[in-house]
Design a protein around this ligand. Structure first.
Ligand SMILES: [Zn+2]
Length: 310
């Protein structure tokens, strides 16, 4: 661990859905709608429930002295996330007994990328005072963060007392960004690197993005790698079926820097080859054709039938 990193408490059991969802309004659905976990003071990770959305995305909140940065608004519409973020910011400011006017604390709502399961809660923040909701397109992201040389330019974002470096990592989606929190060493990789199925829209772009992520890791500046989902099981190379609502044997959403380097090396061997490519920690789904969709839907159908006869 590099000197000076604020340690993260990553040893947490996350909500992962509930066993029985056979019927509508199933009384056995037992997950709360979301789980809020403080990784460190000022660093909060929220997971939405698989009982609410099979995507069950993770949402990161980084709190600073002057402003806070919310990475994604999840897969669910409504006010719950907004209320949670409001409460977390109010608590953060109260705990620190800010002498300045905390009413002016700014919130930036940014997105790991533009897909629907990461922006669904945006509307609840539209009328929030002192809040900027960054748009979903590459041009919006460039304009807000001041990234002139997309995607390579690394732009520091000063939240007050902590600096987050932002740069583009297209490949999964055109507007994908990575965020590196210098204070904790946390590298947020969105849907570009996580223990699950990485859908690759542009292999060349993803290779370049993974090379730049790997280069950052190789400087020793990264403590943990965090993406937005978990879809693997604890068995190497085995993922839960598409749409799975119950994942009792899932690994941690946190990956090691070494796992990111391995993901880059693995992807190099399959880039540009349409189909599903399984590795221990990640499944790369290259392209959008039947070579990807047919096996995924077949796997999901088998799981569904298995569930029905259980
Ligand atoms: Zn996603």
């Amino acid at each position: 661990m590099a000197a000076g990193w604020i340690p993260l408490d990553t040893d947490v059991t996350w909500i992962h859905g509930s066993a029985s969802r056979r019927r509508r309004n199933d009384p056995h659905r037992s997950d709360p709608p979301q789980q809020v976990h403080h990784l460190a003071p000022g660093t909060v990770l929220i997971r939405q429930s698989k009982d609410v959305t099979y995507e069950a995305p993770f949402i990161l909140l980084l709190l600073g002295e002057r402003r806070s940065l919310l990475v994604d608004t999840g897969a669910v519409e409504g006010s719950l996330l907004r209320e949670t973020v409001d409460r977390l910011i109010a608590q953060w400011l109260a705990d620190r007994a800010q002498s300045h006017d905390s009413g002016h604390h700014e919130l930036v709502v940014a997105h790991s990328h533009a897909h629907g399961d990461h922006v669904a809660g945006d509307a609840a923040f539209a009328d929030r005072p002192h809040t900027t909701v960054v748009g979903p397109e590459v041009a919006d992201v460039q304009a807000y963060f001041g990234i002139d040389d997309w995607p390579r330019q690394v732009v520091p974002v000063d939240l007050g007392g902590r600096v987050v470096d932002v740069f583009g990592i297209p490949g999964h989606e055109a507007a994908s960004i990575a965020l590196h929190d210098r204070s904790t060493g946390l590298l947020h990789t969105g849907d570009t690197v996580y223990p699950g199925r990485i859908y690759v829209g542009d292999s060349g772009a993803l290779l370049d993005s993974l090379d730049r992520l790997a280069a950052l890791v190789e400087t020793g500046a990264v403590s943990h790698v965090l993406g937005c989902h978990v879809e693997m099981t604890n068995r190497p190379g085995r993922d839960y079926a598409l749409g799975a609502r119950f994942q009792p044997d899932e690994p941690s959403p946190f990956m090691t820097p070494q796992q990111l380097l391995q993901a880059r090396d693995d992807f190099r061997t399959v880039a540009g080859r349409p189909g599903i490519h399984r590795f221990d920690d990640i499944v790369f789904c290259v392209g959008e054709g039947p070579r990807v969709t047919v096996p995924l839907y077949a796997q999901a159908l088998v799981e569904r039938l298995r569930h029905l006869v259980r």
